[in-house]
Design a protein. Sequence first.
Length: 296
Amino acid sequence: MPPPADTPNADSRAQLESMEYTIDELARAADTTVRNVRAYQDRGLIDPPERRGRVGIYTQSHLGRLKLVNHLLSRGYTLANVQELLLALVDGQELHAILGLEKAINSPWSTEKPQHYSYLSLVRMFGTAISLEALGKAVSLGLLEAEGMGYNCRSPRLLEAGAAFAKAGFPLGDVLKVIDMARPLLQQVSDKLVGLAVGELDRYGDGNLPPAKDMPRLVETIWHIRPLAMVMIESEMRRALERSANKYLGDRVAAIMEHRAEAPLPFPVTVALPIARTDNTMPADAPILQDTNPQH
């Protein structure tokens, strides 16, 4: 079943699967170093790149494997342990069966590539809003990574959005606080959504691979829900922004009305008082009140 037509700028599966990297780009995308990439390659943990002239080109398969190796190392396994595990999978012909699943789970969710920015280029983007304090906060959030005389940015689109906020007059510190506040909440939502998809694997028990006949269906299911997850999150965010905007506008208009009701009038008002009469007669221009319920 194809994803909904209003999928929000979702990068297609073909785009994601066809992404290519130099060794520097691969290391940044996997949050590791070029030295580690070369070391893993020498040990056979990842395959050699395709050579195009003097440049080695890596693919999504390399990135997925690199992320898997990093994850296993972060859980306390040694390089020797990981190498032994991967060799055992190859010998048992199981590694080929999980390559598609590995790619579906570990492929990036965007075709964005990290970019390097000099300090001068950041000043040009953000103008006077940039400061050492703001840079420090952006680095602590992982939005920027110091490298050499400049910074690497994993999401240039997010950086451009921040620059647009700054140019519109919004304090950069406040924008960064919003990101800091939203991140743990979004992570909880993302964990739940990914858990729904990967939960399909739990039916086979811990430590067990799904049978080969089930692999194609699982791979297609995970690829299918990826853009749907983006639709859900963006739709709910759009709804929340609409509610916040309406609430603010309503509160603001009410405050203006209350302020105007309490404010003194800008000009004097003269009120004509009725003229007292001593002859029990009514003024000629007085309204005549009629009894609408006469007594008979």
